[in-house]
Ligand binder design. Sequence first.
Ligand SMILES: [Zn+2]
Length: 267
Amino acid sequence: MLRTRIAPTPSGLLHAGNAVNFLLTEHLARSTGRELLLRIDDLDQERVRPAYVQDIFDQLEQLGIHWDLGPRNAEDLGTTWSQRHRLALYHGLLEELRAAGQLFACNCTRTTIARCRCAELGTDLDAPDVTWRLRLTAPCLVAFRTPHGTVSTDLAERMPPPVLRARDGRPAYQVASLADDLYFGIDLVVRGEDLFASTACQVHMAHLLGRSAFAEALFVHHRLLLDAHGAKLSKSAGAAALDRDPEGSTDVKALRELALQLAKEVA
Ligand SMILES: [Zn+2]
């Protein structure tokens, strides 16, 4: 079964950039005969609010998006589809990487990571208060499929060794996203170009884990919508949420047109 997904994070109200990504993904799903999965990335429970979860369902309804698989409402998410139910999957993936010698313990902060020597120090992964990072030796060439052909990039140049497990033991985004995409058999990933490095990271991890079929998936990276000042829309930067549109309701038609425009650009 061919399948793609939309993967909102309930850590804020959705904005137009999210909406256009969802509409584009649905369009590509329908035009290529793929199933559409709704995956709500609620692993970071401290940032999840019930109102943000509800906002996802409200906005999907307003946008007229239909999904074939995934939670129908907040209750359904809690009982069945939450990432909390797949924690064993994420920890299993981490253990595989650990057994393959691909992880190192790191106690750097965001500011000292540039000078990180933890990969050479060989600190015990079971030591307290360390993050688990993925070993990256330069060059780390990763290739994956896009609509414009196979793209190859040096992951080591694109990011410092990514955190795969937080200090509190929680699996990180890169792990959960890959584990879920493998689990649900996703073969088309549609995301903003800001996640290009994440794609390379996840494909690299899939190779390390022997799930090379993931590199056969198609990855579509679209440009991001910018605000009036040319900055990318983001929840943390306070981008106008969809349901706070000055006209009082979201202009679905305009968003659909934007999504179709993006579909032409990425084809
Ligand atoms: Zn470090």
